[in-house]
Design a protein around this ligand. Structure first.
Ligand code: MLT
Length: 283
């Protein structure tokens, strides 16, 4: 039985549906989001999500603010001071005080998860950085030595850099640092898990799609007030079920309220994942 540090823990399950998730991976979010001036124009697609994009028709991104509202928001709520450290990123203002920190998979970029973020919470602000590590030209959030073999030193360094960026972005965009929810897919979920363990003060909750554990912190984190939802594929060729369960136990041991769901799926994201995560986020 995992240690819970006296935190209440509630397991919640959403109903199962077999429909596959349809993600628009070519959103024209550039019109509606605040974009870092330094970002190159070229669009990279998440490797794992590319097949999903090919199979399904594009869906519209609901709830993205209008250009006029964006300009007003930009004038009122961003600071002129440069962010340190900075990442190439997208920021989409929201109408609630929650911000989703969107972390893409290997080969993705800062635009990939914007539609997913909007689908998960139409009212939240969205902060979506691009990973700084390039693996054969594919952006990632930390180095790895082989598939599933992480460069732990780099993972730790990059985790702290990302956490510092989130804090700087919170000041810059005047968002509530206590209401930041990480939403990570694959490599993005792995750095989100690492942030929970190394920098627990930055996140109030996390949604981890296809995450694994590789990092055991020297000092256990206190995650007593943190909620975590983990979505795994029971046929995932990259993340074995034992890895997902181990991650859940590690987080529970640190006091987090962890919900873990297994879906009849591989490494790709499904509509079932998204609907279950959406329900969990509403509570
Ligand atoms: C990782 O390197 O983070 C995981 O192996 C997932 C992936 O990006 O393939």
């Amino acid at each position: 039985m995992a240690r819970a540090f006296g935190c209440a823990r509630i397991q919640r399950h959403a109903g199962n549906r077999s429909r596959l998730f349809s993600l628009n991976l070519f959103p024209r979010t550039g019109r509606d989001s605040l974009r870092n001036r330094n970002r190159p124009a070229r669009l990279h697609i998440g490797r794992r999500l590319e097949s999903t994009r090919r199979k399904f028709a594009a869906s519209t991104v609901a709830g993205v603010v209008s250009l006029a509202n964006r300009k007003r928001f930009a004038a009122d709520r961003t600071s002129d001071k440069p962010m340190t450290p900075d990442f190439i990123h997208e920021f989409v203002p929201g109408s609630s005080n929650r911000t989703l920190l969107l972390l893409h998979g290997t080969g993705g970029n800062e635009r990939d998860l914007i539609p997913l973020g909007r689908e998960l919470d139409p009212n939240a602000a969205l902060l979506s950085p691009r990973g700084k590590v390039l693996e054969n030209g594919m952006p990632r959030f930390f180095r790895r030595l082989a598939e599933g073999v992480f460069d732990l030193e780099d993972l730790q360094k990059r985790t702290h850099e990302l956490a510092d960026f989130v804090k700087a972005a919170a000041k810059h965009y005047k968002i509530d640092i206590n209401k930041i929810v990480a939403v990570g897919y694959s490599n993005g979920a792995n750095i989100a898990a690492s942030m929970l363990l190394l920098r627990p003060e930055v996140l109030s909750a996390a949604i981890l799609f296809r995450a694994m554990v590789r990092l055991i912190p020297e000092t256990p984190a206190d995650l007593c007030s943190v909620r975590v939802w983990i979505g795994a594929g029971s046929n995932d060729p990259i993340v074995p079920a034992s890895e997902t369960k181990e991650l859940a136990e590690l987080l529970r041991g640190a006091g987090a309220d962890v919900t873990i769901r297994f879906f009849q799926a591989g490494h790709d994201l499904t509509q079932q994942d998204v609907e279950a995560a959406q329900e969990w986020l509403k509570v």
